[in-house]
Design a protein around this ligand. Sequence first.
Ligand SMILES: [Zn+2]
Length: 247
Amino acid sequence: MVVADNIRCSHCGGPVEFKSGEIIATCTYCGFMTVIETGKAFSFEHSMLLNKFSEEQIEAVVQNWMRSGFLKPSDLARKSRILEKSLVYLPIWVVSVGVTGKYKGIFERIAPPIVKEGEIKKEYNWLVLARKAASFPTREYDIPLSGKVPYDFRKIEGFAKVLNSEVDKTEATELAKQQIDAHHRYLLQKDVDRIVEMAVELDMRQVVYLHAPVWFIEYEYKGKPYQLIIDGATGLALKGDIPAAKF
Ligand SMILES: [Zn+2]
């Protein structure tokens, strides 16, 4: 953690803490955001999703997860021990975009092959995690945007960690465009075997910056550690390592 004397929160004057590579910092004392490079206030709407679980309650969520699903060992809930549970507010850019993909291609699954044209239209709230080295399943995360409220540092639990952003809005938008484009090309290729022409058009609707509560759980089962990631807003497991079950 670096505390630069020359960067102070433009709202409360408190020292702004950041690590190398971080671009936007959230003030621990008042919740205002600072662009680290310039030391200026970050003038963009900042939202958050609320965490619904205490440290005790999240254990019950973990137990329920362990008890459900037929792929898990039947004694998983009884024989596991939680080694670590940490609540982290992850910085996320949500890029809302309408996408129209048009294609012309050759459908070769029948003989003789035919030329096929079509269009795929979709709406996305595309997530770009504002952290570069995080193994977080963004594509599996169906972010509950209806629960979005203005960011309020008083709603952040004392034991939780709020991560700063390592990706700015321009970069996030660019990343979202590339990923959506790639995703649409993949979808179009399911319709035809050989693409002759293809165009993906993006209609940007909105870009939102928010912090989302995520629980990172580490548990032990029969001497081995496993990881589980739970959405703090809904209690849904986003990703979970499951020990091999013996049948
Ligand atoms: Zn402040």
